[in-house]
Design a protein around this ligand. Structure first.
Ligand code: TRP
Length: 442
């Protein structure tokens, strides 16, 4: 049971409450939402099931599990790619996690009260462009995450997720109600639910797909690693359904809390990464007992970020301890130090290195885009190919049906999704973005 909570803890995080709304805001609202849900159902859920099955059958880390199932193939390289992705993701995720700590602090010291959107926005810029302060929070955050991994209190964290996650949901719903009832809030709901299909283009499609991978923690071996810890009695299909539904619910509710408020306050929905950090503080400052809600919200958000980053760290720590026979303590410390190099690059992207561009992007955007728009879709593509074509269908069925004890109603549909729909879909989205779509006439 704790492992299911861990998988949900991995999936639900900043991806839902920070990244989903800001991507949706930048990529056209409701049309993005529809694409996102399609990707979650057609690619996300079947790939998650495949990752769980590979991990539970292989009983090893993100790379070793492939080798156990197919000792002669080169599929273990997917796991190596996953480890690279994990570093890059942690490189920017740790920075945003650090921001949540700053906001807990600001909530405690009641710094949102009576401020309008413009002031809150400039406060955010002032903070995030600082050289030292955001990085200090990031370091503190990483030390806490590493201590949890090392002290083995993960079980405690996983059990507490079961209690904290519903609480997070309650707060988001309360915020949503407040937000929708603000003057002009209805425009935000329209933006969120009334699709304008003319806004769809190749980069909107790719972003929606990337967000599906990111939010569900897919395409880099995270769910393979967790799958290897799942009990043989667990009904994998049910777990996938629960995690996927919960993850999507949290994302949509976060958007319901954010967009009406943003429209009501005249905040541009396409603001970017700061969207949640300037919109919600304003809602809190208008809520009865606002300070209390703000503190609680940012604490829960940082806990959600913590359970997610722990899953990322776990991928790398499991990989280096199992593949290189390293001890857990030096492995974890090494990982944290390496990640902090990436974190520094990401954090300074908002300040002194704002103008430093690689492939036309700041380091922060580079790490974010390379992982969710390139590495994770590629990882997902290979995972689908492995589960669909390399693993014998009988073996896959045996694993998912718990040695034939469960009746699987959707197995053939699932097989069709991972054999054809997912690989072709991912390939087309990637080619389409490269402009090859036109060239190929699709
Ligand atoms: N899914 C998490 C979120 O939405 C982030 C995350 C955790 C992740 N583990 C991952 C993303 C593995 C990609 C891959 O916040």
């Amino acid at each position: 049971m704790a492992v299911v909570a861990a998988a949900a803890g991995s999936a639900v995080g900043l991806g839902n409450i920070w990244r989903f709304p800001y991507e949706l805001g930048q990529y056209g609202g409701a049309a993005f939402l529809i694409l996102y849900v399609l990707f979650v159902v057609l690619l996300g859920a079947p790939i998650m099931l495949s990752e769980f099955a590979i991990g539970r059958l292989g009983q090893s880390d993100a790379s070793g599990s492939f080798r156990k199932i197919d000792p002669r193939g080169k599929w273990w390289l997917i796991g190596v790619m996953g480890v690279v992705s994990a570093f890059l993701i942690m490189g920017f995720y740790s920075v945003v996690s650090g921001w949540t700590f700053e906001y807990i602090y600001q909530a405690f010291t009641n710094q949102f009260a009576g401020k309008d959107a413009t002031t809150l926005a400039s406060n955010f810029t002032e903070f995030s462009s600082d050289t030292v302060r955001p990085l200090l929070w990031t370091v503190i955050f990483m030390i806490i995450a590493a201590s949890i991994i090392l002290l083995g209190v993960k079980d405690g964290i996983e059990r507490s997720t079961k209690f904290l996650m519903p609480l997070l949901l309650v707060i988001i719903i309360a915020l949503g109600i407040r937000s929708v009832t603000l003057p002009g809030g209805i425009d935000g709901l329209r933006f969120l639910f009334q699709p304008d299909f003319s806004k769809i283009n190749s980069s909107v499609i790719l972003s929606a797909m990337g967000q599906a991978f990111f939010s569900l923690s897919l395409g880099m071996g995270c769910m393979i690693t967790y799958g290897s810890y799942i009990s043989k009695k667990n009904k994998l299909g049910h777990t996938v359904a629960e995690v996927t539904l919960l993850d999507t619910l949290v994302a949509v509710l976060a958007a319901v809390a954010i967009f009406p408020a943003a429209f009501s306050q005249g905040i541009n929905p396409g603001q970017g990464p700061e969207l949640v950090f300037i919109t919600l503080p304003n809602v809190f400052s208008n809520l009865p007992g606002g300070q209390f809600w703000a503190i609680l919200f940012f604490i829960l958000l940082s806990v959600a970020a913590l359970t997610s980053i722990i899953s990322l760290m776990e991928v790398v720590v499991a990989y280096v301890t199992e593949e290189f026979k390293l001890k857990r303590v030096p492995a974890t410390i090494g990982v944290v130090l390496a990640v902090l190099v990436f974190s520094t690059l990401s954090s300074l992207s908002f300040g002194v290195w704002r103008e430093v561009h690689v492939f036309g992007m700041t380091f922060f955007d580079l790490f974010d885009n390379v992982t969710s728009k390139v590495l994770m879709p590629l990882g997902g593509l290979f995972i689908a190919l492995f589960a669909g074509w390399v693993m014998p269908a009988k073996l896959l069925k045996r694993e998912i049906s718990n040695e034939g004890r469960l009746k699987l109603r959707f197995f053939n549909f699932y097989l069709m999704l991972i054999r054809y729909v997912a690989p072709l879909g991912i390939l087309l989205v990637l080619l389409n973005q490269l402009g090859l779509g036109k060239w190929l006439g699709v």
